[in-house]
Every structure is written in structure tokens, then in C-alpha cells.
Design a protein around this ligand. Structure first.
Ligand code: PXG
Length: 291
């Protein structure tokens, strides 16, 4: 059986899950989204994901037609209806149907779409061997133009970067800002470890404040690991003791090569492995129950 997709208060089959060609989400990338993991029939970091969604919507003056608690319930219900125990929820809020002009105020009904499905995760060997990352020439959106904190429906900046990653035959890309500092990976946050201290670019350098990134800060606190937000040059990354990335899909994954340079000896480092283990324990025991 195919998926049952939630659209604006109804559950429809995959084939019937359609929106208007006049939706400004399609015409202008006008809307926000989230990707949420389900582990052990629990929605991981659900409140945090929804908070980011509602914050992004507020910034673009999009009034989500469901309240926070109701949205939470609809996410759980969609997961239940699709009988997902371990999977992935894509939550999309579009500006809704308007005319061919730019004005969001011509769109009276934002659409809420919830898709609960499974996720293709990296094979286990990626976590043992680590990822090969390349620096891409596409710069991260300047925060003055479009804040990286808005998880908007316009991902062209990342798609251009991802094309470069494919072209290079790499696993992920590092995106710099206009000053040449590292911001984040294409769809993941970036971390470097040096002298036992963990560094990650500050969000105002151009990094999304990732939910998994927030979990890493929490785990570092619990494990007594020092973590600092600092600007990082690409040279500092090449010469770090360890590097890793974090994201809803990737979780915590070691980076063992950047631009063909091995990080230390080109194998995952001890701090990364420790955090990966702590993350696994954390995700198994946290989250909002689906039932
Ligand atoms: N940076 C960017 C630009 C992202 O899009 C992250 C960092 C990691 O954030 P979280 O909150 O996931 O720890 C993201 C996350 C997708 C998809 O289907 C994208 C993300 C997450 C899940 C799915 O493209 N981006």
C-alpha cells in the first residue's frame, strides 16, 4: 500500500497528494519545511523542529493554520496512519494558492503537507570509514540576503552546491561564506576537533542552527567536552585532529578527508566516536511517543 499523505486536514493517497500550480511554494519557493526522524515509534526532537518551523514562518509572515499542539498531533497521527516505527517525516508549509504576482497577501490559505515515510540512511561503512568532503565554490547564502535560520522551500543554494559534490565524486560539500570562513556542509552542520576542544562555526557566520547540532551541544555538556562557536578557516579544518558533521538524516558522521587531505590519519577520531555513541543512546531514549 502507498503512503497516506496529510494535506490541509485530509489524508489522501500518494497519487492524490497534489497542490495547485498557483501555490506560491511552487512559483516562488515561498514556504518553510522540516525533516524529522522517527526512532522506536517516537518523534525525535519534535518540539524543537516545530519551534524552528513556526519561527521561520513568523519571519516570512506566514500564518500556519494549525496551532503548535495541533500540528504536533497531526504529525503523530500521520506517522500512526502509515505505521512507521523508524522513519522520516517531511513537514511542508506553503504560502498557498495565489495569483501570478509576488504578493503573499493574495494567498489566503497556506497549505500544510505532512509526509511520513522511511529514510535512506548512509550504509554502516560510512560511519566506520568516514566521509569524503570537498569545498564547493558556491558560497552559502549571505545572511543579509536570506537568513540561513529560515528552512525555506528555496534550496537552490544547496542544490548548486550538491551538484558540485556529485561532480567531484565526494560524499558531502563544505560551504564557505563571503569572508571565506566555513559555514556548514550542504545539508549538515560542520564540526572540527583540535586539542580536545570541539569547534563549530557560529550561526551568524551562515550556519543553520541544526537540531542535531543542538543535541551535540547538550551531549558535550553531559560528557564534559568543551565546545566553542568560532569562525573556522578551511586551513584550520585541514589541520584539525578530527572533523564530523551532523544532521537529521546523517546523525553524527565522521569526516575523514577534506579536499583530498586526510584528517589526521584518515580514520574517525576518538571524540567523534564517543559523540556518535552518546547520540545513539540519546536518540534511543528520547522523543515524543507516537501512540
Ligand atoms: N544545514 C542545512 C542547510 C540543512 O538543511 C542541516 C544543516 C542539519 O540540521 P538538522 O536540524 O537536520 O540537524 C540541514 C538539515 C532534506 C533534508 O531532505 C535536509 C535537512 C534535513 C533533513 C532532510 O533535504 N537539512
Amino acid at each position: 500500500m502507498g503512503l497516506l499523505v496529510y494535506i490541509d486536514g485530509e489524508y489522501v493517497t500518494e497519487e492524490d497528494a497534489k497542490i495547485s500550480v498557483f501555490d506560491h511554494g511552487l512559483l516562488y519557493g515561498d514556504g518553510v519545511f522540516e525533516g524529522i526522524r522517527i526512532y522506536n515509534r517516537r518523534a525525535f526532537m519534535l518540539d524543537e523542529h516545530l519551534k524552528r518551523l513556526y519561527d521561520g514562518a513568523k519571519v516570512i509572515r506566514l500564518e500556519i493554520p494549525l496551532g503548535f499542539e495541533e500540528m504536533k498531533e497531526r504529525v503523530r497521527e500521520t506517522v500512526r496512519k502509515n505505521d512507521i516505527s523508524d522513519g522520516y517525516v517531511r513537514l511542508v508549509v506553503t504560502r498557498g494558492k495565489g495569483d501570478l504576482g509576488l504578493s503573499p497577501f493574495k494567498c489566503s490559505n497556506p497549505s500544510v503537507i505532512i509526509i511520513a515515510s522511511t529514510i535512506k540512511i548512509y550504509p554502516d561503512e560510512v560511519y566506520e570509514k568516514g566521509l569524503k568532503v570537498v569545498t564547493v565554490s558556491t558560497r552559502r547564502n549571505n545572511p543579509d540576503s536570506l537568513s540561513p535560520q529560515i528552512k525555506s522551500l528555496n534550496y537552490l543554494n544547496h542544490i548548486l552546491a550538491h551538484l558540485e559534490v556529485i561532480n567531484a565524486g565526494a560524499d558531502e560539500g563544505l560551504m564557505l561564506n563571503n569572508q571565506g570562513y566555513v559555514t556548514e556542509c550542504v545539508v549538515d552542520n560542520f564540526f572540527a576537533v583540535k586539542g580536545g576542544v570541539i569547534y563549530t562555526p557560529p550561526t551568524n557566520a551562515g550556519a543553520l542552527n541544526g537540531i542535531t547540532r543542538q543535541v551535540v551541544f547538550k551531549l558535550c555538556g553531559e560528557l564534559g567536552l568543551e565546545i566553542r562557536e568560532e569562525n573556522l578557516s578551511i586551513v584550520e579544518c585541514y589541520t584539525a585532529d578530527e572533523c564530523f558533521l551532523t544532521g537529521t538524516a546523517a546523525e553524527i558522521a565522521p569526516i575523514t578527508y577534506i579536499d583530498e587531505r586526510p584528517i589526521s590519519d584518515g580514520t574517525p577520531g576518538p571524540v567523534t566516536v564517543r559523540l556518535m555513541k552518546a547520540f545513539k543512546d540519546f536518540r534511543e531514549n528520547n522523543g515524543v511517543p507516537i501512540d
